[in-house]
Design a protein around this ligand. Structure first.
Ligand code: ADP
Length: 259
C-alpha cells in the first residue's frame, strides 16, 4: 500500500484535519515482478542454444572438423539449435507485440472449417512421420468473425502440440460444435497427458512439464501462451482437460460475432 498524507488547512491557517490517500500498489508490484521474471526467463532461454552453438563450433575449430562424421553431426546440432533460437526470438517478439496490442485486429467473416483443413494440410508430413491418425469435422462451412492468421496460428499450435506429445500410431481428433452464438473447437489427442498439478500452469510463458522433451521436439514453451492471447483477442476462451497416460483435450470457445 502506498500512503500519502496531507494536512487539511482551514481559512485562518489552522489544521482542521488530515487527508489520507491510499493507493493499492500490489497490482503494480505484481506486474513488475512478472516483467522481471520474464526478462530473466528470456535471458536463460536464449543462453541455452547460444552456449551450445558456441561449444560445438569451438570444438570443430579446435580440430574436430578433421573428422567428417563428427563434423556432420556437430553441424546438424548447430543448424537445429540456430533454428530453435530463431523460433524462440520470433515467438518472443510475437507475444510481446500481441501483449502490447501493437498488432491491429481486423476480424472478418471466414469459414473455420476451411482454416482447419488448410492448417492440417501443412502438417501432413509430421502426422505421417509419426503414423498418427487424424479425424476432422465435416467439411460444411461454419462462418465466424475472426482473423485468419490468428485463427490459423491457434489451430497450428494446438495440433503441433498434439503431434509432439502423442506417441507413434496415436490419434488426434478435431471436432467442432456449432452453437447459436459461439463455436467450440476441440483438439483431442491420445498422448501422454498432463498431470493435474501442472494443468493450471501450462499457459504460462516458458512453463513446460518436461523441459528436455519440449526442447528435443523444438518447443519454446511459448506456444500455449500465444494461443491463449490470440483466443482472448477474439473475446474467446480456452479450456483444457487431460489425464496422464490417456490424452489431452483443448477446447477453444469463440464468439461468432465480434461487435
Ligand atoms: P512447448 O513449446 O514446450 O510445447 P507450449 O506452451 O506449447 O510449449 O506447451 C507448454 C507445455 O504444456 C508443454 O511443454 C507440455 O509439457 C504441455 N503440453 C502442451 N500440449 C500438450 C499436449 N497436447 N499433451 C501433453 N502435454 C502438452
Amino acid at each position: 500500500l502506498d500512503t500519502h498524507i496531507a494536512p487539511y488547512v482551514g481559512v485562518n491557517g489552522d489544521i482542521k484535519g488530515v487527508i489520507t490517500v491510499l493507493h493499492d500498489i500490489t497490482e503494480i508490484r505484481r506486474l513488475e515482478k512478472i516483467r522481471s521474471e520474464f526478462v530473466a526467463n528470456v535471458s536463460h532461454e536464449l543462453k541455452t542454444p547460444i552456449t551450445s552453438l558456441k561449444g560445438f563450433s569451438e570444438t570443430l575449430l579446435d580440430g574436430a572438423m578433421h573428422d567428417p562424421e563428427v563434423t556432420k553431426s556437430f553441424l546438424t546440432i548447430i543448424h537445429d539449435e540456430s533454428e530453435r533460437l530463431h523460433r524462440l526470438i520470433t515467438d518472443i517478439l510475437h507475444l510481446s507485440k500481441i501483449e502490447q496490442h501493437q498488432i491491429p485486429f481486423h476480424p472478418e467473416p471466414l469459414d473455420v472449417i476451411k482454416v482447419i483443413y488448410e492448417t492440417v494440410e501443412t502438417m501432413q508430413e509430421e502426422l505421417n512421420k509419426k503414423q498418427l491418425t487424424i479425424t476432422l469435422p465435416e467439411e460444411d462451412p461454419v462462418i465466424i468473425d475472426a482473423e485468419k492468421d490468428r485463427l490459423r496460428q491457434i489451430i497450428l499450435n494446438l495440433i503441433a502440440n498434439a503431434i509432439t506429445y502423442t506417441p507413434e500410431k496415436g490419434s488426434i481428433e478435431i471436432k467442432l460444435d456449432d452453437e447459436e452464438e459461439k463455436i467450440k473447437i476441440h483438439v483431442k489427442d491420445s498422448g501422454i497427458g498432463i498431470a493435474k498439478e501442472d494443468l493450471p500452469r501450462i499457459f504460462e510463458r516458458f512453463y513446460r512439464v518436461d523441459k528436455a522433451r519440449s526442447r528435443n521436439s523444438g518447443g519454446t514453451g511459448l506456444g500455449l501462451a500465444i494461443v491463449k492471447h490470440l483466443v482472448e483477442s477474439h473475446n474467446g476462451a480456452i479450456e483444457v482437460d487431460s489425464e496422464e497416460g490417456k490424452g489431452t483435450e483443448f477446447t477453444i470457445i469463440l464468439p461468432k460475432k465480434q461487435y
